[in-house]
Design a protein around this ligand. Structure first.
Ligand code: ADP
Ligand code: SF4
Ligand code: MG
Length: 362
């Protein structure tokens, strides 16, 4: 919640107890809701000005749904989203126009998000034209944006298919930058790219952030991509936040068993060590978000699960150094740290009251 987390600047985006449950309907004449997909299930966090928050979790855990809800492309089922002090959840259509300028999104597949029949100048210039910028000023600005993202000015008359995947993502980034946004939600911006190109795009995003004072929500499905660009990392599982931590600390001292499992899954260069690590990765598929497990949603896959894990949803607990984790049996915390831990206001409303009393059994 606002002020609770120690970020780079003032709060820019506050996500408070946001839920998005997609109804599943059935029926020939009248639609009847037969089930709900718990895509985002009571998520709370604050993003500070100039900060990058990495949002990580396996495919299907709700990262895109949360991103789209922040952008108001989805209406949340419950909860509140506050951007620069304004409640976005209640914004009317006309209030959304300035908001849409300040918040932009970059998608995983730049090819799908770029109209194949439009030239670069039209694609990157479209947001400017829509906002009443003259065609002459638009052209000037587009050329400037192409410089910023490392594309040649001569490319302005080409079509998306004439570019490589990395270059297409540069076009997507240029378009997102056109209106000088404050926040960019990057939904797996490098997941579709070759590993060698991924680093170039991540470095570009990092440079642009420094130059333009941008704030990022950087979504990835694996922890290696976001390590060097994130100030903090949030780990999501089955619609819920499992851990939120300053970035480096998450890699050196994961508290949640799910984070530890994700870290084990990061490939490392030594093949012998890699084989050892593969054995340690938590097995099994994520459960169905239509019928999430009781208590801690990770319990069916967790090697440390006990009875309490099956019945009580663990609260997000705050440890030293603004490190939050939702687990009854935390890893890597001393008895002293455990005694000083507090229940965070970011905890889901349905979570238990008690903070953990014993660490994970070895
Ligand atoms: N429009 C929708 N209707 C119903 N279920 C959806 C819809 N969009 C996403 N989902 C479901 O919500 C869950 C989260 O999906 P998503 O946000 O795309 O995850 P991620 O981006 O982490 O891969 C998945 O189970 C997915 O099938
Ligand atoms: S609460 Fe229990 S099941 Fe959940 S991650 Fe912690 S130890 Fe595992
Ligand atoms: Mg996604």
């Amino acid at each position: 919640m606002a002020g609770e987390e120690n970020g780079a600047g003032a709060p820019l985006l506050e996500v408070e107890h946001v839920k998005l449950h997609f109804p599943i309907k059935e029926g020939l004449v009248v639609d009847r809701v037969v089930a709900r997909v718990h895509a985002v299930d009571d998520v709370t966090f604050t993003l500070h000005e100039g900060e990058t928050l990495g949002l990580v979790g396996e495919s299907g855990c709700g990262k895109s749904t949360l991103s789209r809800t922040i952008m108001r492309l989805n209406q949340p089922t419950e909860g509140k989203i506050v951007f620069r002090g304004q409640d976005v959840t209640k914004a009317k259509r006309k209030d959304l126009i300035p908001l849409r300028r300040d918040m932009q999104m970059v998608f995983q597949d730049p090819y799908a998000s770029l109209n194949p029949r439009k030239r670069v100048i039209q694609l990157v210039g479209a947001p400017l034209r829509r906002n009443g910028v003259s065609s002459k000023d638009t052209e000037r600005r587009v050329l400037e944006l192409l410089d910023h993202v490392g594309l040649q000015r001569e490319h302005r008359n080409r079509f998306p298919h004439e570019f490589s995947g990395g270059q297409r993502q540069r076009i997507g980034i240029a378009r997102a930058l056109a209106l000088d946004p404050k926040l960019i939600v990057l939904d797996e911006p490098v997941s579709a790219l070759d590993v060698s190109v991924q680093a170039q795009i991540v470095n570009l995003l990092d440079d642009l952030q420094d130059r333009m004072g941008l704030t990022y929500l950087f979504v990835a499905h694996d922890l290696s991509v976001v390590r060097h660009v994130s100030d903090r990392i949030a780990v999501m599982y089955l619609g819920k936040l499992m851990e939120v931590s300053p970035a480096e600390e998450l890699y050196t001292k994961p508290i949640h068993p799910y984070t530890a499992a994700l870290l084990q899954a990061i490939p490392i260069p030594d093949p012998r060590r890699n084989r050892e690590r593969e054995r340690e990765v938590v097995g099994g598929e994520p459960p169905n978000p239509i019928d999430p497990p009781s208590g801690c949603v990770f319990h069916p896959r967790c090697p440390y699960a006990t009875d309490v894990c099956r019945t009580v949803q663990p609260p997000l607990t705050r440890y030293a150094g603004d490190h939050l984790a939702a687990c009854h049996h935390p890893l890597n915390v001393s008895a002293k740290e455990l005694a000083a831990a507090e229940r965070s206001d970011s905890s889901p409303l349905s979570a238990g009251a008690e903070t953990p009393s014993e660490p994970a059994a070895a």
